[in-house]
Design a binder for this molecule. Structure first.
Ligand code: ADP
Length: 465
């Protein structure tokens, strides 16, 4: 039929737009390296390369009892972590879902909510039957706050900008650690905030606590970001601190901002541009908007909407349900890609159930191809970022046997953990960039960066005092 041919024509066009050749990837890597280096040189660069005041790697022998609060993109998580040394630990946790209202209402109120949840957790876990808590000393706590913060010590952090769809007024330009401490005082919670941590740094350190091959920590969740360990000598912008030349510090790259100012390097499509322009933060996080969980479903949905307008998809049906921004979660792309049936019956069910739409087999096959294109592009762009860190740190230089030696990339987030083939596509991308040597780079799921990582960082910080 006519629209079957239309779909095939469109697919050819989308394949051109969304496919990244190895050559193109290497060009992106080269410019990425330059941008990372520029961020280390001075403050206020596009990719800010934020010093974290986490000095060097953990030994794996850190011990003790710690609280961790994680204000992520989707949930608020409160945990108690018992570090046992030898890379072992135990975690008890509670999760609270954040509402859209909370993400956009007054920021002090958001921190009050965090404090209230923490206070209840402490009462439940450390209090007597009446919830009364009596402790010799306040419980040390690591606060994982995964938004770009300018730090000049570890228990402090001025929010540069909200990302991942947050917009709570009153936080940008403010010290969010201080705001949270103020909320904790309201509840009189017996807790001492030792460190403000980014989830990427938490992932890097948590993973290193259990596996010393770890070289970088990457988050593939609502947003996308990376951290790695840098020699202080390579961070010109903190020269004034007069730290020992051989010291190392974790850097939170905030790489989601790559290519946001000039748009010279990334092959953005009209859909990426539309997402950016209609977002609450236009002109920011260009790289993240092509990769992260918050956006992939929306890219897919925008293409569907265009083809509805062109009379190619869902002819003669009511399509308003799918025309609402952000109704198409990235988890749907996972479902579409993992449908095991020839007739794509999962896809049939998805569209019928969530959007009251009937689909033809041709439409479903088209959707699957489209999901593969969007998911693969995200993985290959991520590979470019990882390759930039690996190249800049010369991590492949000493590799002689890719079967025996490993450059470990610790990751976390639903996109990595749940999107079918995302890890394989990432690793294939790295081989496309580096050739066979790229096989030494292994990505793996790191256990609990914002819980265990926050605890280990709190322990490392206390040990330095
Ligand atoms: P966060 O980054 O907020 O701490 P997650 O790592 O769970 O939390 O990431 C949430 C993001 O992952 C959301 O944008 C959501 O759309 C996406 N997501 C959730 N489930 C899946 C899935 N099965 N496949 C792909 N993406 C998913």
């Amino acid at each position: 039929s006519a629209n079957k041919k239309d779909m095939a024509d469109y697919l050819v066009k989308f394949e051109k737009q969304f496919t990244l050749t190895p050559q193109r990837m290497r060009m992106i890597v080269d410019s990425f390296i330059e941008v990372l280096e520029r961020g280390l040189e001075k403050k206020g660069e596009e990719v800010p390369m934020l010093p974290t005041y986490v000095f060097g790697w953990p030994t794996g022998q850190e011990k003790g009892s710690y609280l961790a609060v994680d204000l992520g993109g989707t949930n608020l998580r409160v945990c108690h972590v018992e570090l046992e040394g030898d890379g072992r630990f135990e975690v008890t946790q509670t999760k609270f879902r954040l509402t859209e209202e909370q993400k956009h209402a007054d920021a002090q109120g958001l921190f009050d909510f965090c404090a209230e949840c923490l206070d209840n957790f402490v009462k439940d876990n450390f209090g007597d039957d009446d919830g009364k808590v009596e402790l010799d000393e306040p419980l040390p706590m690591g606060f994982t706050f995964s938004y770009p913060c300018e730090q000049d010590r570890i228990d402090h952090g001025v929010l540069i900008r909200w990302t991942k769809g947050f917009g709570a007024p009153g936080a940008e330009g403010e010290d969010c650690a201080a705001m949270f401490k103020k909320s904790l005082q309201k509840y009189n919670t017996p807790v001492e905030m030792v460190a403000l941590i980014n989830d990427t740094t938490g992932t890097l350190i948590a993973s290193s606590y259990v596996d010393q091959a770890t070289k970088a920590g990457i988050i593939f969740g609502t947003g996308c970001n990376a951290a790695y360990m840098e020699k202080v000598a390579n961070i010109p912008k903190i020269k004034h601190l007069n730290l020992p030349e051989d010291a190392e510090m974790a850097i939170n790259c905030e790489w989601g901002a790559f290519d946001s100012t000039t748009h010279e390097h990334l092959p953005r499509t009209s859909y990426d541009i539309h997402i950016d322009e209609t977002s609450n933060k236009p002109g920011e996080q260009a790289f993240e908007k092509m990769i992260a969980g918050l956006y992939l479903g929306e890219i897919f949905r925008l293409i569907m909407c265009e083809l509805i307008d062109e009379g190619v998809l869902f002819l003669g049906q009511e399509t308003y349900k799918v025309e609402k921004p952000f109704v198409f979660d990235t988890a749907f792309l996972s479902l579409i890609e993992s449908d095991p049936t020839d007739e794509l019956l999962t896809v049939t069910g998805l569209f019928a159930h969530f959007f009251s739409l009937d689909t033809t087999i041709a439409e479903r096959q088209f959707m699957r191809r489209l999901a593969i294109l969007i998911g693969t592009r995200a993985a290959r762009l991520s590979a470019c970022g990882i390759a930039a860190i690996v190249s800049k740190q010369a991590l492949l230089d000493d590799i002689t046997d890719v079967k025996k030696q490993t450059v470990g990339i610790a990751t976390d987030g639903s996109l990595y953990n749940k999107y079918p083939k995302f890890p394989q596509r990432l690793e294939e991308g790295l081989v496309d960039i580096f050739g066979e040597k790229g096989r030494a780079i292994k990505t793996y799921h790191a256990e609990d960066g914002s819980g265990v990582g926050a605890a280990v960082i709190a322990a490392m910080t206390k040990a330095r005092k």
